[in-house]
Write a protein that binds this ligand. Structure first.
Ligand SMILES: C[S@@+](CC[C@H](N)C(=O)[O-])C[C@H]1O[C@@H](n2cnc3c(N)ncnc32)[C@H](O)[C@@H]1O
Length: 253
């Protein structure tokens, strides 16, 4: 990258963080969190699909990272609030990226396009595609068939060699295992989640390879959290929140 491009990228990242702060969040926390989640992905010049993007923060982060076009699908269904599209559009006005990020109020299964995406993001959304099927996904063949339909759609939308980034909570959690409400994540419905290994195994049947699993720490805990809690053991006793990055295999590879 030239000096001008580097300065432009730094300015966009700053604008992204400032926009979140203006909306009442902590922009620097989000920036550091997404830097970690998307560490393997280069957004420069990419096309990005953010499925169930909510308030669109991941989409806008992609734009700050140099993506040339980002589609954020947000139908405001399971796992949503009715204000998500409005919030996502407000962010787009403040961060001034309406030409790059488009918020589309559609379900994945109702969305069609000619675009082949370099990066597909499914952040805290995969379990909401079909919550009933998700409960029994690791063992039940019918549930797996129902999810296979979603994965076929994702696979058709992503370019060969493209990145798929999935983040969610695993159902393997200390508090869930002993049947007690988790004090750090009291609202999580543990049975409606699956561990990253299950997602990786199922996605491997749809052409997704090279799974890489990371564990996240609470954004608000800062450096201490990043040093102490970004590992499987700590996650098991906290939120069990993971990030799984895969590549779509190149045809013939
Ligand atoms: C818990 S929110 C996550 C929002 C955002 N990605 C985040 O991490 O903050 C899950 C989102 O998935 C969306 N969703 C659920 N099923 C979907 C589907 N079939 N296609 C697209 N989005 C879906 C919901 O509308 C909801 O906003």
């Amino acid at each position: 990258m030239s000096e001008v491009q580097t300065a432009d990228r730094a300015r966009k990242r700053e604008d992204f963080a400032n926009a979140i702060t203006k909306l009442g969040g902590n922009g620097q926390h989000w920036l550091r969190y997404y830097d970690y989640v998307f560490a393997d992905v280069d957004f420069s010049g990419s096309t990005v699909l953010d499925i169930g993007g909510g308030t669109g923060y991941a989409s806008y982060f992609a734009a700050a990272g140099g993506a040339k076009r980002v589609i954020c699908l947000e139908p405001e269904v399971d796992g949503s609030r009715s204000t998500m599209v409005k919030s996502a559009n407000s962010m787009g006005s403040i961060f001034d990226t309406h030409r790059i990020v488009e918020i589309v109020p559609r379900l994945l299964q109702d969305y069609s396009t000619d675009i082949q995406f370099d990066v597909v993001i499914i952040h805290n959304t995969i379990n909401h595609f079909d919550e009933d099927a998700c409960r029994t996904l690791s063992k039940d063949i019918n549930s797996q068939r129902r999810y296979a339909a979603f994965f076929d759609m994702v696979s058709a939308l992503i370019t060969d060699g493209g990145f798929l980034v999935v983040a969610d909570c695993s159902n393997r959690n200390f508090f869930g295992d002993i049947g007690v409400r988790n004090p750090v994540a009291p609202t999580i419905d543990w049975p409606v989640h699956q561990p990253p290994e299950v997602w990786a195994r199922l996605l491997s049947q749809h052409g997704f390879t090279s799974p890489r699993i990371k564990w996240t720490s609470d954004r608000r805990l800062g450096l201490l959290g990043r040093l102490l809690f970004r590992n499987r053991t700590a996650a098991y006793f906290l939120q069990s929140h993971f990030c799984l990055t895969l590549r779509k295999s190149r045809q013939g590879a």
